[in-house]
Design a protein around this ligand. Structure first.
Ligand code: AMP
Ligand code: MN
Ligand code: MN
Ligand code: MN
Length: 291
């Protein structure tokens, strides 16, 4: 079985519709795919329907934005019930903050002479979650930087003109919502936060205290070295190991579906206990989707 437990669709900053994403994943040999859009689960019903038709197992998921010690940390929720009211209310609050932040990014960019960025980003988001990715695509397209990555570096990161400090969820909130919705909370792409191991251990401690159970050991944004380091961290702390591509669409060809390395030896895979749970979650969504 091939698991990819982190991916994005048009419901957030991915470029494929949820159904297209599932078809592409199936074609790439993925058996179990988690759709984990940023602070949003609007794509799950369509993805689950496509998955049923193709014989792929869709794990309903979400990637929750968290602020921890003034840093943004991403927590993936797996097997979360999209209809849970606590989760819905929490994600709704984050999307409201997102919308304010997007307008504020627009105002700040206007001060350095870039007009209309909010409108352009919102248009790219097509009425869905507005992400910094949408700003980056616009700014790169207008020639303000060479690439999306460069836009982040010169405009959107801390101490840059378009940076707006975050006020996302706390660990307690994010993990609490995920658990209330019957899910498992997983630290996303831990090696991407540029933290020392000491700090990362502190983060893991507070995350587990809040009820978090997993960590992404294999991620497209991890080097082989990162992967082994995080595997060791997971083992030492008794965290379950997850694996996800963080796929955002074919425009980002350096990340593909179905190409993840296997978990290093000694990891305890998060899907180890899933079988019956998976089927139940899939049936629930199917029932809801068909009234
Ligand atoms: P947001 O949640 O709106 O702050 O946007 C975060 C998203 O921006 C991430 O999920 C990535 O998809 C993208 N992103 C963040 N940093 C970079 C970077 N340095 N280069 C390219 N994309 C990035
Ligand atoms: Mn993203
Ligand atoms: Mn992320
Ligand atoms: Mn992601």
């Amino acid at each position: 079985m091939f698991y990819d437990l982190h991916s994005h669709s048009l419901a957030s900053d991915g470029t494929l519709a949820p159904g297209e994403l599932v078809r592409r994943a199936r074609a790439a040999g993925v058996d179990v795919l988690a759709l984990t859009d940023h602070d949003e689960m609007a794509g799950v019903t369509e993805a689950a329907e496509a998955a049923t038709a193709l014989g792929l197992t869709l794990v309903p998921g979400v990637e929750v934005s968290v602020t921890w010690n003034r840093m943004t940390i991403h927590i993936v929720g797996l097997h979360v019930d999209p209809n849970n009211t606590a989760l819905q209310a929490g994600l709704g609050r984050l999307r409201k903050f997102r919308d304010w932040r997007a307008r504020e990014i627009g105002r700040r960019l206007a001060k350095v002479g870039i007009e209309g960025a909010y409108e352009a980003a919102a248009e790219r988001a097509k009425g869905r979650v507005v992400s910094r990715t949408h700003f980056a695509q616009f700014l790169a397209g207008e020639g303000h930087a060479k690439s999306v990555r460069d836009v982040f570096k010169h405009f959107l990161k801390r101490n840059r003109p378009g940076h707006v400090p975050g006020e996302w969820a706390t660990f307690e909130e994010a993990v609490g919502w995920i658990r209330a919705a019957g899910g498992q909370a997983v630290i996303a792409h831990p090696a991407r936060y540029d933290m020392t191991m000491t700090r990362l251990r502190k983060l893991v401690g507070e995350f587990m205290e809040a009820g978090g159970v997993g960590i992404e050991v294999v991620s497209a944004s991890h080097s082989r070295d990162d992967c082994f380091k995080i595997a060791q961290l997971a083992r030492h702390n008794g965290l379950l190991a997850s694996a996800g591509s963080d796929y955002h669409g074919p425009e980002h060809p350096w990340v593909e579906l179905g190409r993840l390395a296997p978990l290093p030896d000694g990891c305890n895979p998060i899907w180890g206990s899933w079988d019956t749970e998976l089927k139940r979650a899939a049936c629930d969504i199917d029932r809801r989707g068909h009234g």
